[in-house]
Design a protein around this ligand. Structure first.
Ligand code: MLT
Ligand code: MN
Ligand code: ZN
Length: 302
C-alpha cells in the first residue's frame, strides 16, 4: 500500500492569491461557483502511514500540517515527516522549509542544483546541518527515504524565477536538475506513482516513462498557454514559465490521451485556471478526458 495526501493543490500564489481579483479568486473569497480556497503546491506520501515524505515545502506548510492529523507529532518533540524532497527551487516549493526550523531532525533531499540555490540563500541556514541532513538526489538514481524509493528524473522546465539569467540566452541559464519530476515507489509492494508539478513538454521519453502508470500527478498550472496574458493578469505564457497548458494541440490533455495512465490528477493549478470553476466548460472537458483536479486534503491510496 501507499498513501498520497494532497497538501496544496494550487500553484504559487494560492487560491485566492492575495493581490488577485480574477474570477476564480473572487469566487474563492465568496464561496461561489464551487470554488474552495486552496493552498500552495505540496504532497505527502507514505508506505506505512507512520513515516512520511513531503514532496516540496509550500509557503503554506504550517497551515497544511495543522490541517493534516497524519503529519502531527505523536510525542513531546516528534514529527512523522522524515524527509522533504524538492522538485525545484521555486518559492512555492521551498519557502515552507523556513517553517521547519525548530531543530527537528529530517532529511532534505534535492538535486545538486536545487541544493546550490538553497545554499546561496543564507536564510535557509536556519535548517542547521547537525539537525537537517542535506542529501543530494542524482537523476535517475533511486534514493531510499522513509521506506520509499524516490527516483528524480529530468523533465523539460526551467530554473527558478529568481535565478533566471536573461543574458544566458533562451534557456535563461537553466541546467539539468533545475526541475525534476519524481517516481515514488513502495519497494515492498511495487506500487508507484509519478509527481510532476512543473513540466513544460511531454517528450517521447517522458511519455514512455509514464505510459501505463497507476497514478500521475501532473502540472495543471494553466488551461491555455496564453491564459495570464488573455486575462490581463500577466505577460508570460505558460511555456515561458516552465509549464505545459492543459488545452491545445500539444497540451497535456492531448499528450496523455493514449498513454493509458490509470489515474490522472492535475495539480499545481494557477488561480487563473478556469478548471477551478465547477460549472465551467473547461472543468467538464478535463473530466470528460478522464482527469481529476486535485484539491487540498485529497487522499489517494495505491
Ligand atoms: C512557477 O511555478 O512558475 C513558479 O512557482 C513561479 C514563482 O516562483 O512564482
Ligand atoms: Mn510553482
Ligand atoms: Zn486570481
Amino acid at each position: 500500500m501507499m498513501r498520497v495526501l494532497v497538501l496544496g493543490a494550487a500553484a504559487g500564489g494560492g487560491l485566492p492569491q492575495w493581490n488577485c481579483g480574477c474570477e476564480c479568486c473572487r469566487c474563492a473569497r465568496r464561496g461561489e461557483r464551487g470554488v474552495v480556497p486552496q493552498t500552495q503546491s505540496s504532497i505527502a506520501a507514505s508506505a506505512d502511514g507512520q513515516s512520511w515524505i513531503l514532496c516540496n515545502a509550500s509557503p503554506d506548510l504550517r497551515q497544511q500540517l495543522t490541517a493534516t492529523p497524519a503529519l502531527q507529532p505523536r510525542d513531546l518533540r516528534h514529527t512523522p515527516v522524515a524527509a522533504v524532497v524538492l522538485t525545484n527551487a521555486d518559492v512555492d516549493h521551498v519557502a515552507g522549509l523556513l517553517s521547519l526550523r525548530e531543530r527537528q531532525p529530517f532529511t532534505l533531499a534535492a538535486s545538486a542544483r536545487v541544493h546550490a540555490a538553497l545554499a546561496a540563500s543564507r536564510i535557509f541556514d536556519v535548517l542547521q546541518p547537525d539537525c537537517v541532513a542535506r542529501v543530494e538526489l542524482v537523476l535517475d538514481r533511486p534514493a531510499r527515504l522513509a521506506g520509499l524509493e524516490v527516483t528524480p528524473f529530468a523533465v523539460p522546465g526551467k530554473v527558478a524565477l529568481y535565478l533566471e539569467d536573461p543574458a544566458a540566452g533562451p534557456g535563461l541559464g537553466s541546467q539539468s536538475g533545475d526541475t525534476v519530476a519524481l517516481a515514488v515507489r513502495n519497494p515492498a509492494t511495487g506500487e508507484q506513482f509519478f509527481y510532476a508539478p512543473a513540466c513544460s513538454a511531454l517528450t517521447p521519453e517522458l511519455a514512455a516513462r509514464l505510459r501505463g502508470a497507476e497514478l500521475v500527478l501532473f502540472d495543471g498550472t494553466t488551461w491555455q498557454d496564453d491564459e495570464l496574458i488573455a486575462a490581463g493578469l500577466g505577460t508570460k505564457t505558460a511555456g515561458r514559465m516552465g509549464h505545459l497548458s492543459m488545452s491545445g494541440e500539444g497540451g497535456s490533455l492531448a499528450a496523455f490521451r493514449d498513454l493509458e495512465v490509470k489515474r490522472r490528477v492535475f495539480i499545481h493549478m494557477n488561480n487563473s485556471n478556469p478548471v477551478w470553476l465547477a460549472d465551467s466548460p473547461q472543468r467538464a472537458a478535463v473530466r470528460d478526458a478522464g482527469w481529476e483536479i486535485a484539491r487540498d486534503g485529497m487522499e489517494i491510496e495505491l
